[in-house]
Design a protein around this ligand. Structure first.
Ligand SMILES: Cc1ncc(C[n+]2csc(CCOP(=O)(O)OP(=O)(O)O)c2C)c(N)n1
Length: 330
């Protein structure tokens, strides 16, 4: 049970971290777009947590829990979303597009774009003859993008060490998956590229971890790529403030709460005889740790105006030219 307790502890941290971020978003302390993660923790912990430090993880517009599960510190991720200098991209990326190169973590908000990037990362890994693996997480909506099909095809032709994980949380913004995906299982699309069809109930964190480890090892042996459909459910709206009752029945959300990964792991631990007081103590420790984190984060500095043009190859005195709308015309 120790393994499950560890996975439970990691999911518990992510659940509370996500709730804290939602509160900070409502207060505009996280000021860029924030996409909640509640209910999907089995994917972050099961998949991202299975990677080594030298493996690369490419995430999306819903990246914060993936980043923490990959090994980025809570300090670096939270203050990045709060736009502070201590953030992993110096506060310049915000909540959807930040990099933590030292942790081999990257994310971006252009839906589907990371599939092509992951293929490139994996190609470099193969050429450099390392046994590192690239993991690419994207949503059910992204599986309709051209990049998904192009990336899968090339990765399969070249046997690249990349684990593609389609995090099927049942919705793309306000549209349920059955209205925009033509086949019952997104994993069935693997067959079109000569790959195995793998689907996992990612609300079972142990099963998610088992499937992740198997796929990662397969890629390390040079037998990749792998596509996995990780089935879960987005319990909160697409974004903070989403009028979700306009496109889904609140009863469905309540039903999903019965099957969410944290609740399931807790039930399993209790059935196995773990003392509830021990789990309560774990929760108290998480809450206290996150309270200390928030106090510290609020004291951190914002970047200077000069930093706004760092890394883009222009000096601030030239910035007026690039600030106007004409700068958007290439
Ligand atoms: C290329 C592109 N098109 C549209 C959007 C707007 N958009 C942001 S999130 C999103 C939904 C993506 O759904 P999915 O891939 O299932 O991920 P989820 O939000 O469910 O995690 C869309 C359409 C975008 N960011 N990029």
């Amino acid at each position: 049970m120790d393994d499950l307790k560890k996975l439970y502890g990691e999911m518990l941290l992510l659940r509370h971290f996500d709730q804290q971020c939602m509160d900070l978003k409502k207060k505009d302390i996280i000021y860029s777009g924030y996409h909640p993660y509640e209910g999907q923790e089995g994917v972050a912990v099961g998949f991202c947590g299975a990677l080594r430090g030298d493996d690369v993880l490419l995430s999306t517009h819903r990246p914060h829990c993936h980043a923490v599960a990959k090994g980025c510190t809570l300090e670096a991720v939270l203050t990045e979303m709060m736009g502070r200098v201590t953030g992993c991209s110096g506060g310049l990326g915000g909540a959807m597009q930040f990099l933590a190169p030292e942790d081999n973590f990257y994310c971006g908000s252009v839906v589907g774009s990371n599939v092509g990037l992951a293929t490139g990362f994996a190609m470099a890994m193969k050429q450099n003859k390392t046994d590192s693996v690239c993991m690419c997480l994207f949503g059910d909506g992204a599986s309709n993008h051209g990049t998904f099909h192009e990336g899968l095809n090339l990765a399969a032709i070249w046997n690249l060490p990349v684990v593609f994980v389609c995090e099927n949380n049942q919705f793309a913004e306000a549209m349920p998956v059955e209205e925009f995906v033509s086949c019952e299982r997104i994993s069935a699309r693997a067959k079109g590229y000569g790959l195995e069809e793998i689907t996992v109930d990612a609300n079972d964190v142990e099963e998610a971890r088992r499937v992740a480890e198997e796929a990662i090892e397969k890629c390390r042996r040079g037998e990749g790529p792998v596509l996995i459909e990780a089935v879960t459910y987005r319990i909160k709206g697409h974004y903070v403030g989403d009028p979700e009752a306009t496109y889904r029945d609140p009863k469905d959300v309540e039903a999903a709460r019965e099957k969410e990964p944290l609740k399931r792991a807790k039930e399993k631990l209790l059935e196995a005889g773990v003392d509830e007081a021990e789990l309560d103590a774990m929760q108290e420790a998480v809450v206290a740790k996150l309270a200390r984190l928030e106090t510290w984060a609020l004291e951190q500095e914002f970047p200077t105006l000069e930093a706004a043009v760092d890394h883009v190859g222009i000096a601030l005195e030239n910035a007026p030219e690039v600030r106007g709308p004409q700068s958007l015309v290439l």
